[in-house]
Design a protein around this ligand. Structure first.
Ligand code: F6R
Length: 258
């Protein structure tokens, strides 16, 4: 795991550099897209590069991580609406190039199976962007999720619904109880993963992710079994890491492999 502790306003540019390097080598690469607050600086940095003509996603594909159940297309809190506003409409993806699981489908299990097949048919995800929940979820794999899980229906924890009430005018009762989410096993198939976390509310989850025992209690810990993960955190999110000085040191004295 590559742990990078940097000021919040630098995190987006660091990931945008990784994305630019990927697309320079492979213009038709597949991105995995998280929704929520954590990736916004990444999306801002990528959108700026696309506007400047330094990067193009015209041949890219994108796959979202998750979607609420029961929000109709166009609902302002539906993740497909949110990712469109936050990112897709600001860059040059081809129409239809970004997909998400359909949380409004009549047959949710079939929608999950179709989504797994769509990711497979696209050749899998080259670079997956992740946030982390205060309870240690990635995508919406809440504590207790199978470390081998695939895209499926999950029930959100009370903590996650409270955390996300800010997107629903502060009304937790209107936050859906269920979602469709890529599984931990699905996410682990991405060839490269970058996880971004900021703020002290994420400190415990980040400490568990990087230094805790691998366990379904803290689902993000499954990433310890992935060979190419970068964890980018600001000082607040890094504040519970026992080995923070070591991670800073490794960045200062980086061993560059040719
Ligand atoms: C969203 C997602 C979630 C969020 C997590 C953190 O697609 O997969 O795992 O990344 O809930 O949310 P923020 O970034 O809003 O704190």
């Amino acid at each position: 795991m590559d742990v990078v502790i940097a000021p919040e306003d630098e995190l987006g540019e660091i990931v945008a550099d990784e994305i630019a390097t990927l697309f320079a080598a492979r213009p038709d690469a597949v991105l995995g897209l998280a929704t929520g607050s954590s990736p916004l600086r990444i999306y801002d940095a990528v959108a700026a590069r696309v506007a400047q003509g330094r990067l193009s996603l015209a041949r890219a594909r994108g796959f979202m991580l998750d979607e609420y159940v029961g929000l109709a297309p166009g609902h302002p809190c539906r993740y497909s609406t949110v990712i469109d506003q936050d990112f897709v409409s600001r860059v040059d993806f081809a129409p239809g190039a970004v997909l998400g699981p359909d949380g409004d489908a009549d047959d949710l299990d079939a929608a999950c199976a179709d989504y797994e097949e769509a990711i497979r048919a696209a050749g899998g995800v080259d670079l997956q962007i992740l946030g982390i929940g205060t309870d240690g979820h990635i995508a919406f794999n809440e504590p207790g999720s199978s470390l081998a899980s695939r895209t499926r229906v999950k029930t959100l924890t009370a903590q996650t619904r409270e955390d996300n009430a800010r997107f629903f005018d502060g009304d937790v009762d209107t936050v859906p109880r269920h979602c469709l989410t890529q599984g931990l096993g699905t996410i682990m198939e991405a060839r490269r993963i970058v996880l971004v976390a900021t703020g002290d509310a994420k400190a415990e989850a980040v400490a568990q992710l990087v230094e805790g025992a691998v366990s379904a209690r803290w689902p993000a810990t499954v990433l310890q079994h992935h060979r190419r993960v970068m964890v980018l955190v600001d000082e607040a999110a890094a504040s519970s890491l026992e080995l923070a000085d070591y991670y800073r040191d490794t960045r200062t004295h980086r061993h560059l492999v040719s």
